[in-house]
Design a binder for this molecule. Structure first.
Ligand code: AHR
Length: 514
């Protein structure tokens, strides 16, 4: 009898602990930093069906509506995301790419083998003019990733002239005019190599710093008031030495940002299925994803030592989840499905970037179509918007808004002997005065009740949207493309300066307060 009593007491106690309320304080009058819209950037590489079949179906295609070969359904979907910036042509591909092979009459463009991604033939039919015209169609800023690994300073300098210099100012601008484009495009963002520590040349950072300085010298945009923004190939994950050396060795006038790449991978030799995963795999993916918070904190702290005024940006120019390819697809094409796990990963990571917006000024999800954590999947004329797409669309309210600091006290998501923070949130105030709070419940098993104390503002109304599903492994397929879509969320109650809500497991909520 006594034993029974103890068991009941213990279980009541544990229920109480597990369902304790999460508390957040919203400091609505303490905003000082703008969330750079480029945090919502994307990445497109000549890899699998990202470009060919994804963006580009060729200008003679008769079945899929297109403009100069670029799919119009893709453009329409991406416009709703307000894609601010698009990185191209790689990735590893960029350090094998010679841009002059991809301009001029298509019939005369040489082919090459795409050695990084399946040794498939690259016919160069989608090149600089096609990409930059597509960015104009999309309303996105291009971010060109220059070939430092196997190119020359001259080649990169010529690319800057070809794309940005005024008409008739050099042989390169005459070349552009002969290729049908008299006026320059607007190309602000330039990467100097990609993963210089790996596929971009296997360099040591001390060596890369010198190479960087050489390339950067000749790509300065002398003739144009529209100054270019140079991004150095950054660290992999927690290689803090890489960041330290670049901050020390690169002259301040020669760079604007350092990159950083981090993928959420369970184990590089056993990545696991994108759809058929256990809670343990989900937990591990989340642990890897949430490590982003520590990464940007520590890389930023190193940058702070050399640049306390935060003039230089951290550009997380590759991030996302990486799993095994879909069964039956080419292993080198990195085509994977996208479930609620990816929605939670994206929502939590974007909250991390928002909260670090004093230093993180750009991020590029890898990759935009048909590769890794894509927002769009295509199959001939069919198109699917993934759960990650919907998170990006829900969160676009944060673009260029003032970040409002939050103080979060969260429950733990316990799995075995390990724990993760359950609630990840960020907030901002947009130009029209509306406040948005995005919240993610990482806990795969338990709903979380959240109580938000509002300081420094008073609101009359709260509305919201939620992305959730009855199984975390669910996804949008070509057969059932709308299984997971955001719906209206009426679960938030506003009572004076208190806001209470309940978030289901593995779900993403965005609230609007007015
Ligand atoms: O996004 C796929 C690849 O991952 C990129 O080409 C490379 O930069 C990274 O290693």
């Amino acid at each position: 009898m006594r034993m029974k009593k103890i068991i009941i007491l213990v279980s009541l106690f544990s229920v109480k602990i597990l369902s304790a309320q999460n508390t957040i304080t919203l400091n609505a009058d303490k905003g000082k930093d703008i969330i750079n819209k480029n945090i919502y950037g994307h990445f497109a590489e000549h890899l699998g069906h990202c470009i060919y079949g994804g963006f580009y179906v060729g200008d003679s295609n008769k079945t899929i509506p297109h403009k100069d070969g670029v799919r119009l359904d893709v453009i329409e979907a991406l416009k709703k995301l307000k894609v601010p910036v698009l990185r191209w042509p790689g990735g590893c591909f960029a350090d094998t790419y010679h841009w002059k092979d991809g301009v001029g009459p298509k019939k005369e463009r040489p082919s090459m083998l795409n050695v990084w991604w399946g040794n498939v033939k690259e016919d160069n039919s989608f090149g600089t003019n096609e990409f930059l015209n597509m960015c104009e169609l999309l309303g996105a800023e291009p971010y060109l990733s220059g070939n430092v690994g196997s190119g020359t300073p001259q080649e990169l300098s010529d690319w800057v002239k070809y794309t940005t210099h005024p008409n008739s100012s050099s042989p390169m601008t005459d070349f552009r005019q002969r290729n049908g484009r008299p006026n320059p495009w607007h190309v602000k963002y330039w990467g100097l190599g990609n993963e210089a520590w790996g596929c971009g040349g296997n360099m040591k950072v001390e060596y890369y710093a010198n190479v960087y300085r050489q390339y950067a010298t000749f790509m300065t945009n002398w003739n144009n008031s529209d100054k270019i923004f140079r991004i150095a190939s950054g660290a992999s994950d927690d290689d803090y030495h890489w960041t330290e050396v670049l901050m020390k060795e690169l002259p301040a006038g020669m760079f604007d940002a350092l990159g950083l790449h981090h993928y959420s991978v369970i184990d590089w030799s056993k990545k696991g299925s994108a759809t058929d995963y256990s809670e343990e795999e989900y937990f591990t993916t989340m642990k890897k994803a949430l490590f982003m918070d520590e990464l940007v904190t520590k890389h930023s702290a190193i940058m702070d030592k050399y640049d306390p005024q935060k003039k230089k940006a951290l550009a997380v120019d590759e991030w996302g989840g990486w799993y095994d390819v879909e069964p039956g697809t080419n292993g080198a094409f990195l085509f994977q499905q996208n479930t609620m796990r990816d929605a939670v990963l994206a929502g939590a990571t974007l909250n991390i970037f928002n909260n670090h917006c004093d230093r993180v000024k750009m991020a590029n999800l890898a990759q935009i179509i048909n590769v890794l954590q894509a927002v769009i999947l295509t199959k001939e004329e069919k198109l699917v918007l993934t759960p990650t797409y919907h998170v990006m669309e829900m969160y676009n309210v944060h673009q260029d808004a003032m970040m409002l600091p939050l103080e979060v006290t969260s429950n733990k998501y316990i799995f075995g002997k390990d724990t993760l923070t359950a609630i990840w949130a960020s907030a901002s105030k947009d130009k029209n005065g509306a406040t948005h709070i995005s919240l993610v419940n990482v806990n795969a098993k338990q709903a979380q009740s959240v109580s938000i104390n509002i300081n420094g503002a008073s609101y009359k109304t709260v509305t919201g949207r939620i992305l959730t599903s009855d199984k975390m492994q669910n996804y949008n397929s070509f057969e059932n493309p709308n299984k997971i879509v955001p719906v209206t969320y009426n679960g938030a109650q506003l009572n004076g300066s208190k806001l209470n809500l309940n978030i289901p497991p593995y779900s993403v909520v965005v609230l609007e307060l007015k």
